[in-house]
Write a protein that binds this ligand. Structure first.
Ligand code: IPE
Ligand code: IPE
Ligand code: MG
Length: 246
């Protein structure tokens, strides 16, 4: 039986974040170049996006390229960027058909012009879609994002638009690039690594973390349902006692 049938529909996370990891190792296992793994990771992106939309998840955030990934060999970065352009061109019609809005978080100004243009076009074209928002974290790192928020808040204080005493958690959250969405309740990382790698540090404060050894190109809809099923069978206490949350 599929785990999908065991999911409790009124206990689904509104926002799921994923670290899509293991493309390089997947390719290496088959004696291929790392870039072959990235190309095959696109299928998993498509499957998981479709599964999330079908379930009624509101926001799906995928870590596609980190600030630190700029330190990879140029050949791999170039391959990732052209894959991004190709995928956006190919998939925008599907996003339209499925009523999915595309958004990005991260320092997208640092992306090559060709990528920026394609992204902006897809973002504009899908901006009215309401079923789900697919957020791509591109040239993203949490420390970059938090630093930028601190700069903006300091500027508002300096210009007299904000008083220091009024700075609270809401102020900080509202200066992050994820301000329009609720925090992810579930964060999934593939490939067996059990770290956060500079992803959504603020937003994941109370997320449930789910790690699987599956490499990203092998991650399928059923694996996604399994992660949500696991999430639904945890007790989220938020600092309280088990008795209090029952
Ligand atoms: C994730 O797979 C994709 C990106 C980081 C862009 P990796 O490329 O990190 O693959 P591994 O972790 O080296 O196997
Ligand atoms: C995290 O994966 C970034 C993305 C999936 C885009 P990495 O493979 O870059 O992370 P580390 O270096 O293993 O922590
Ligand atoms: Mg990796």
């Amino acid at each position: 039986m599929s785990k999908k049938e065991l999911l409790v529909t009124d206990k689904l996370p509104k926002h799921i974040a994923i670290i899509m990891d293991g493309n390089g190792r997947w390719a290496k296992q088959q004696g291929m170049l790392r870039t072959f793994g990235h190309a095959n990771g696109v299928t998993a992106v498509r499957d998981v996006t479709e599964a999330a939309a079908e379930l009624g998840i509101s926001v799906l955030t995928l870590y596609a390229f980190s600030t630190e990934n700029w330190n990879r060999p140029k050949f791999e970065i170039d391959a990732l960027m052209s894959l991004l352009v190709q995928t956006i061109s190919k998939e925008t019609d599907t996003l339209m058909k499925n009523n999915i809005r595309l958004a990005t978080i991260g320092d997208t100004d640092s992306l090559p012009d060709g990528v920026k243009e394609k992204l902006q076009k897809a973002i504009d074209r899908t901006s009215g879609n309401t079923r789900m928002t697919l957020v791509l974290a591109l040239s993203y790192s949490s420390r970059w994002e938090i630093t930028k928020a601190a700069q903006e808040i300091a500027k508002e204080v300096k210009e007299g638009r904000l008083s220091i005493d009024d700075i609270n958690e809401v102020t900080i959250a509202s200066h992050l690039s994820t301000s329009e969405w609720p925090d992810p309740e579930l964060m999934i990382r593939t490939s067996g690594e059990t770290r956060i790698s500079n992803y959504l540090l603020w937003q994941l404060a109370y997320a449930e973390l789910y790690f699987t050894t599956k490499l990203w190109p092998d991650f399928q809809k059923e694996d996604f349902y399994e992660a949500i099923y696991n999430f639904q069978n945890r007790e989220r206490r938020f600092g309280m006692t088990s008795e209090q949350v029952k």
